[in-house]
Design a protein around this ligand. Structure first.
Ligand SMILES: Cc1ncc(COP(=O)(O)O)c(C=O)c1O
Length: 245
């Protein structure tokens, strides 16, 4: 991390990840896992009393808990809704209709899971993003409904690239279908979405943050993916035999 450009491992990982995700390398934060990524996003968003976080009943405990822990601090409310009654008969049209019906004026975020680990259902994320685009047309920028995706079981398993999904924040660990070591993961967002977040963990990855600290001033410029990448040295021991559970 503190080596010159040629030996900078974070940079190399970002470049490789960017090529696979179909996005720019400076739009990727490196995280230890999905759980941390979701935590950084939900705690980083400028939510306040009166705002609502909408999430489905099908999401993983770490997604629901990231939202609970965040909203207990910032005073926003949470509402859960089901995208289908029975996974065996769920349809893309039905799922998108449920999303349209669930959005209310106070909704600021929608949290979903790309591929559900309990049933194997893969959501039509692109179509859900399009439904939100429609809903957002009438809204000022600060009131747009943002789409947060837990993508851990889709990344490496689905054809679509992250760039094609149309979401605002994509959080995933990479030890499942990418077969990377445990303790690795990513969050992807566009620069305008990164700019909305307040970082939670000190970063080792942004020179401006370091320079500002040395000069005893605030960092200049908007939040970016590097500033949200948690700092601190981590262990990257070899993975145990591949497991996708
Ligand atoms: C859908 C889903 N989301 C999140 C997680 C947590 O992933 P991580 O260990 O990368 O935080 C899992 C783990 O099994 C999962 O199945």
């Amino acid at each position: 991390m503190f080596e010159g450009e040629a030996l900078n491992m974070q940079r190399k990982v970002r470049e490789d990840a960017a090529a696979y995700l179909g996005v720019a390398q400076d739009q990727i934060a490196l995280t230890p896992n999905t759980t941390t990524g979701l935590t950084l996003v939900y705690h980083g968003l400028p939510l306040k009393p009166g705002d609502e976080v909408l999430v489905t009943t099908h999401d993983h405990i770490v997604h629901h808990e990231s939202i609970r822990l965040s909203t207990e601090r910032n005073g926003a409310s949470v509402r859960k809704f089901a995208l289908f009654d029975d996974a065996a008969t769920a349809s893309a049209d039905g799922i998108v209709d449920r999303v349209r019906q669930a959005i209310r004026p106070a909704t600021r975020v929608l949290g979903i899971t790309w591929v559900h680990s309990s049933t194997g259902i893969r959501l039509p994320v692109r179509r859900i993003a399009q439904a939100l685009e429609e809903a957002n047309k009438q809204r000022p920028e600060a009131e747009r409904v943002l789409l947060v995706v837990d993508g851990v079981h889709g990344l490496g398993a689905a054809e679509e690239s992250v760039a094609e999904l149309g979401c605002d924040f994509f959080c995933a660990g990479t030890h499942k279908w990418i077969f990377a070591p445990r303790g690795t993961g990513i969050v992807w967002a566009r620069p305008s979405a990164w700019a909305r977040l307040r970082p939670l963990v000190p970063s080792f990855s942004d020179m401006e943050v370091y320079n500002a600290w040395k000069e005893d001033r605030l960092p200049r410029g908007p939040t970016n993916a590097n500033r949200v990448t948690p700092g601190g040295f981590t262990a990257f021991e070899p993975s145990p035999p591949a497991s996708a559970s």
